[in-house]
Design a protein around this ligand. Structure first.
Ligand SMILES: [Zn+2]
Length: 351
């Protein structure tokens, strides 16, 4: 395999991009590397052919790494991505209530991701657009906020951009999501929120500024909790879980991030190796109590200082993969969710 192809296949295993998209992105970012760095990259790559042991030239690593698979740099961007991963995790529950959904079928919210230094592009599973927007966009009901604080949306030509209204450079592009998808998602939300008629959908009521409740919230708390760099790094490599039936993520305290999926596929030690890859993995990852990953010298954003400078990524299992598609409980949930899926479908069919 040529070294360019090797790079491409290692990137697409994590991002789920097409070969063409990944090759174009890699070429563009490698042009930005100095001529001295290119031969180094080839040498590094030859050294890094799996299996380990890895032997990385740490001084050179940051620029080469960011050319191969860029990380989010600015804190608001990192926080946005961490919060979005939580919204994705919650959206999975909606997919299980879709008329065609079942516990034995894959429920992927994100199909592929293109990580860029200044933003992130997501290809959302078409069926998951309404659930994702439902979970991500802030909604205010009797002073309680749900969704991502400060998140707003603007339509682009062939996509929808989600951005933080108080930090507009933090943004995520939902590729291929147009106005019709947005309207169908609104129909889904308004039927699902039937009981919350007095609630406020902030993208509509205060599209260009924080609402007073949001401002108050951000004065008292931070937007995203937990080891947010791990969450953002994970979202930028989310397709590594492409073969999982579904995923669920949550953080425990300020130092531990957990991801759970049912059954043995994908194989946890393999995922752990891919995410600890010194060229394409999450920066700073090392295999700790296998298969979990540990990140030493992490930036503590919590104010506990030295107590919180080692972070952990834990691969959990909620048990074996289900064998039966339906239980009484899942049937009941599906019946209850039928009206919002019908509303979504009706709205989409109008266009
Ligand atoms: Zn802490």
């Amino acid at each position: 395999m040529s070294w360019e192809k090797e790079l491409m296949s290692r990137r697409t295993a994590l991002t789920g991009e097409s070969a063409q998209t990944a090759t174009e992105a890699l070429r563009a970012s490698m042009l930005a590397l100095s001529t001295a760095e290119l031969p180094r990259l080839r040498t590094l790559l030859r050294k890094q052919i799996r299996p380990a042991p890895y032997d990385l030239d740490f001084d050179r690593a940051p620029t080469v790494r960011s050319a191969l698979l860029p990380e989010a740099a600015a804190q608001p961007q990192i926080d946005l991505e961490a919060e979005l991963l939580e919204a994705i995790s919650r959206a999975v529950n909606h997919l299980h209530t879709h008329p065609d959904g079942s516990l034995t079928r894959p429920a992927a919210v994100i199909q592929s991701v293109t990580p860029l230094t200044d933003r992130l592009q997501l290809h959302v599973n078409p069926i998951a657009v309404a659930p994702l927007l439902y979970e991500a966009m802030p909604f205010e009901f009797e002073e309680a906020l749900s969704g991502i604080v400060g998140l707003r949306a603007r339509p682009l030509r062939r996509s929808t951009e989600l951005f933080l209204v108080d930090a507009p450079y933090a943004r995520v592009e939902l590729v291929g999501v147009g106005r019709a998808d947005w309207r169908a998602a609104q129909a889904y939300r308004s039927v699902r929120n039937d009981e919350a008629e007095t609630g406020r959908f902030l993208a509509e009521t205060t599209p260009n500024e924080l609402s007073p409740t949001e401002r108050q919230y951000l004065n008292s708390y931070c937007r995203a909790f937990g080891p947010v760099r791990i969450a953002s790094g994970l979202l930028r490599r989310i397709a590594v879980f492409g073969k999982a039936l579904w995923i669920r993520t949550w953080s425990t305290g300020c130092t531990h991030f957990n991801i759970d999926w049912p059954g043995e596929i994908p194989y946890r030690p393999h995922i752990s190796q891919l995410l600890a890859d010194p060229l394409f993995g999450i920066p700073g990852a090392e295999i700790g109590a296998a298969p979990d990953l540990k990140f030493r010298n992490a930036t503590a954003t919590c104010g506990h200082g030295d107590l919180c400078t080692t972070h952990h990524l834990r691969f959990r299992s909620s048990g074996p993969a289900p064998k039966t598609a339906e239980t009484d409980l899942s049937r009941a949930f599906k019946a209850a969710a039928r009206p919002e899926w019908d509303a979504w479908h009706r709205e989409l069919a109008r266009h």
